[in-house]
Design a protein around this ligand. Structure first.
Ligand code: SF4
Length: 359
């Protein structure tokens, strides 16, 4: 896909864009709702009516009945989820249509269906609960809903796994292997009970026995932002700052999560920074825009990025600029909204509603 803003917007100054966004917000009033994810640029977050992680923003979208124009400053799967959760009179717009999620792209519909079919040759799929991480395309959320499963986010992964095991023997978790593994480990599963389905290999690279014995079958997907962090970085930061608290996102590799003082969703990390006593030193393993904002918000605490060398930026989240937002607000009538057609919408809604019910 190719996307470029008209010249008038490309060449406009940030101040000009700010002024035009303010004017559009005033003009559209309650018809408009701007949702901004924590990983968005600071200047975009400034104009959000709500700031949150994918779970928090989904809840807000689901509860929102008034706004007819919802501008979702995040990535594609988030805007799709918002469209599924809102009414037919509400249009959801993604200001930069190129903002996708490479992790979501690691789970292709055809590959997931083939894996499910193969698993079904070994175990009755009625005994397997599909859990799809929020970071998936709507078609996969629909697959999950159709098969009795639910959507999870990093905020409710523990509850999702518990819920799944109350009903079925096994879980098929996709696409983030690390979130699935870290959550399973937290609830007491052994490494042998969690196997990785490698979609690039025949039969997922697993034997029949491995599948039969497994409690959790994890899709071999990952987030390239969170897999930047290493155990070595945790050791180094502890040596340099003996009082440091290391807080990481559960999309990080297990060896990093194991060495951290705490791990949790974006909302958890925000709360941790807020509640830490003044003078605290906190090294965070997650997306850089969130870390920078935490450091700016709490100048009485020393907050910095864990690796100290890489720049863990989510380039897709970073795509959305003030210029994109201004253009969307001024031209929404000419822009194609994000629209999930039936029956995908209704099937995906089943899985999303279950997500909102549990915590
Ligand atoms: S941070 Fe990772 S998981 Fe989140 S949107 Fe970016 S690539 Fe996807």
């Amino acid at each position: 896909m190719y996307f470029t803003l008209p010249k008038e917007y490309r060449e406009a100054t940030a101040d000009d864009m700010r002024e035009r966004i303010r004017a559009a917000k005033k003009r559209l009033g309650k018809k408009l709702l701007i949702l901004t994810h924590h990983y968005q640029r600071v200047e975009v977050v400034e104009f959000g009516d709500h700031l949150g992680d994918s779970y928090g923003l989904s809840k807000i979208a689901a509860a929102q009945k008034e706004a007819e124009i919802i501008v979702f400053c995040g990535v594609h799967f988030m805007a799709e989820s918002a469209d599924i959760l809102t009414g037919a009179h509400q249009m959801v717009y993604l200001p930069n249509p190129l903002a996708g999620c490479p992790m979501a792209d690691m789970a292709e519909m055809a590959d997931v269906l083939a894996a499910w079919e193969y698993l079904g040759e070994i175990v009755d799929t009625k005994k397997i609960m599909p859990i799809s991480y929020m970071n998936t395309a709507a078609g996969l959320k629909a697959f999950t809903g159709r098969n009795g499963g639910l959507i999870c986010t990093s905020s409710n992964a523990d509850a999702a796994l518990k819920w799944a095991f109350q009903q079925r023997e096994k879980v098929f978790f996709f696409p983030d292997q690390h979130l699935g593994y870290n959550t399973g480990k937290k609830m007491g599963l052994s490494p042998e009970e969690m196997v990785i389905w490698d979609f690039s290999r025949e039969s997922g690279g697993l034997t029949k026995e491995q599948i039969e014995k497994a409690k959790v079958i994890l899709w071999k997907g990952h987030c390239h932002v969170h897999t930047n962090f290493t155990a070595e970085q945790v050791r180094e930061v502890r040596e340099k700052y003996p009082d440091v608290k290391v807080i990481v996102h559960p999309e990080c590799p297990p060896e990093v999560v194991d060495l951290a003082d705490a791990s949790g969703s974006t909302a958890f990390i925000v709360k941790y920074c807020e509640e830490a006593p003044p003078g605290s030193t906190i090294a965070i393993g997650t997306e850089i825009n969130l870390i920078n904002r935490m450091a700016l918000t709490y100048p009485d605490k020393t907050i910095f990025e864990l690796s100290g060398q890489t720049c863990p930026v989510c380039a897709n989240m970073y795509r959305t600029t003030l210029h994109d937002v201004a253009y969307t607000l001024e031209h929404y009538q000419d822009i194609k909204p994000i629209h999930v057609p039936e029956p995908t919408r209704s099937e995906a809604l089943l899985a999303l509603e279950k997500m909102l019910e549990i915590i």
